[in-house]
Design a binder for this molecule. Structure first.
Ligand code: PEP
Ligand code: MG
Length: 572
């Protein structure tokens, strides 16, 4: 066997489960497509060519956004909004047109300006700007591709089953992909990035963080991508290929069965775990796409404020909240008050102070902007007249902050009632996202109606590792002992007061984590609707008694690796 056909295994981070089999297709980096040789004779014609290409890309962004809404429902709604805004940015356009007027070809001008922008963003201290660098690079790439007349993922259409190998993959590229793509093996990116969220929602296996894969892979080679183990096997041995095909077929059958199943999400011995849905927008809200969700467990209301020239008024907000409340009635809808800060910037005109992940974030931002908060609470309270709405506050560190937020809620309610609004009681909950809240859950449980554990942030703040950092999953830290102990403390404290506990972070649909969370006594799991069928299927195969035993064993372990091993063995 010569070297080029030797079987090789590459390890990365599994970001979307499942097994894909196909031939390797290496996506070229767009920069290498741009030839800088010939200069255009007529800048005017080049300018027109640029503007027409920009319009076509703009139209495609809009079509892709509509496509994402249609296919994936509201949860992933505005992933492409930021792309559209950057594409229309006046300063960038002026820079590009200036280069074209100075004699550069359109694709060279675009590539230069967007490369400089994304390089600046990559080096920025501000995390929000840093995150934008892949978006900028993606837009530059789309424009160049349009100008050159080649399409990225489109190029594989009709080429049989393929595994895409790329240095980097963006949500834009994924939004419209041919069906013959069976997997993505990518050098960069983290599992909580939007490309990974879309791959999971589209059920395409994905492995991220494979070093130098673009150089190591051979175009056209047979490959197996396992998004569950995080492996890419190039030129698999015949028996490995046969095993992988069997595994793939079994998973496809299981997924189809899970989707068709609308039985109650309860364990074999009768413990029901409500499955709710996380949403970010009300656009294209269609309850028939909710995969049988028991309601909305987390409405990330800050997304209503994104990409608008002016913040939504009380009336605007009220209409959005009411739309969700009515769509799901009588099922419950939990509206989280806005969680600005970190990667979600507040609307223009409001003093942000330090709005990093550990700055003026979540409820702290609202308490610093009482007038703004009052308008927001009024809209939520008015929507609550429907009877199925609860409110919860993000990033609450302890009792004092919760009391302040509750006092403002009461004040807003009293005022509305004095104005003649008829409002019922509104259940008020706390997101447990910082260790401080988890450690004082006993006191919080006395005064809150429910808890929802935001594991994305709770992990980030417990471990001191940025949630967007891909090395995070590389360390295999997804369930450290500290996290299990915190969840147990929160559940025990809540249950002592007969208050329910949900989990609404990404752990809520993690196959390994679900039995443990149930065993620890979590009452509800909330997730993107796309994950509900598989999670329901998982729950129906579990025994609550075994989950409880598993949780007790996990609580006695001392390292994340031991815990992972225990959970993996339990699944077998
Ligand atoms: C969380 O932190 O787990 C959570 C659900 O909130 P978000 O992801 O919006 O920060
Ligand atoms: Mg959070």
């Amino acid at each position: 066997m010569d070297n080029t056909s030797a079987s090789k295994v590459f390890k990365g981070v599994g970001a979307s489960k499942g097994v894909g089999v196909g031939r390797i297709f290496i996506l070229q980096d767009y920069g290498s497509l741009v030839s800088r040789k010939a200069l255009p004779d007529r800048p005017e014609a080049e300018l027109l060519r640029y503007r027409a290409a920009k319009e076509r890309v703009w139209l495609r962004f809009r079509q892709d956004a509509a496509h994402i809404f249609k296919e994936l429902g509201p949860g992933n709604g505005n992933i492409l909004d930021v792309h559209a805004l950057i594409l229309k940015d006046q300063v960038l356009n002026q820079e590009i047109e200036l280069l074209i007027n100075n004699g550069k070809k359109a694709e060279v001008a675009v590539e230069t300006v967007f490369r400089e922008l994304s390089d600046r963003q990559k080096l920025a201290k501000n995390e929000y700007l840093q995150e934008r660098f892949t978006v900028s690079r993606d837009i530059g790439r789309q424009l160049v591709i349009e100008l050159l007349g080649v399409h990225r993922l489109e190029v594989v259409r009709g080429k049989g089953d393929v595994i895409i190998v790329a240095r980097e993959l963006t949500p834009f590229a994924l939004a419209e992909h041919p069906d013959n793509i069976k997997g993505f093996a990518v050098q960069t990116g983290g599992p909580t990035g939007h490309a990974a969220i879309l791959a999971r929602a589209y059920n395409i296996p994905m492995v991220l963080g494979i070093p130098d894969i673009e150089k190591a892979a051979q175009d056209g080679a047979q490959a197996v991508l396992n998004g569950s183990t995080g492996e890419l096997i190039i030129n698999p041995l015949p028996e490995v290929l046969a095993d992988s095909l069997r595994l793939r077929d079994r998973e496809l059958v299981a997924a189809d069965k899970a989707r068709a199943e609308n039985a109650s999400p309860q364990t074999k011995d009768g413990r029901r775990v409500d499955l709710l849905m996380n949403i970010e927008t009300t656009r294209n809200l269609d309850v028939s796409n909710a995969n049988g969700a028991d309601g909305v467990g987390l409405f990330r209301s800050e997304f209503l404020f994104m990409h608008r020239e002016t913040p939504p008024t009380e009336e605007d907000q009220f209409r959005e909240f009411e739309k969700v409340a009515k769509a799901f009635f009588p099922r419950k809808v939990v509206i989280r008050t806005v969680d600005f800060g970190g990667d979600k910037q507040p609307p223009a005109g409001l003093e942000t102070g330090n709005s990093s992940y550990s700055g003026l974030r979540g409820i702290r931002f609202c308490l610093a902007h009482e007038e703004f908060f009052e308008t927001h609470l009024r809209a939520i309270l008015r929507a609550g007249a429907a009877g199925n709405v609860s409110v919860m506050f993000p990033m609450v560190p302890g009792l004092e902050t919760f009391r302040k937020a509750k006092a403002l809620l009461k004040k807003a309610k009293d005022k509305l009632e004095a104005e003649g609004f008829k409002l019922g009681a509104m259940r008020t909950g706390i997101m447990i996202e910082v260790p401080s809240a988890a450690l004082t859950a006993g006191a919080l449980a006395r005064e809150a109606d429910f808890f929802s554990i935001g594991t994305n942030d709770l992990l980030q703040y417990t471990l001191g590792i940025d949630r967007e950092d891909s090395s995070y999953s590389g360390y295999g830290l997804f369930l450290p002992p500290s996290m299990i102990q915190l969840v147990q403390l929160v559940v025990e404290s809540a249950h002592e007061r007969k208050k329910p506990v949900a989990v609404c972070g990404e752990l809520a649909h993690h196959t390994l984590a679900v039995p443990l969370l149930i065993g620890l006594g979590v009452d509800e799991l909330s997730m993107d609707a796309s994950h509900i069928p598989a999670t329901r299927h998982d729950i129906r195969a579990l025994s609550y008694a075994a989950c409880r035993e598993l949780a007790q064993k996990a609580l006695a372990l001392e390292t994340p690796a031991e815990i992972r091993e225990l959970l993996k063995n339990a699944l077998k």
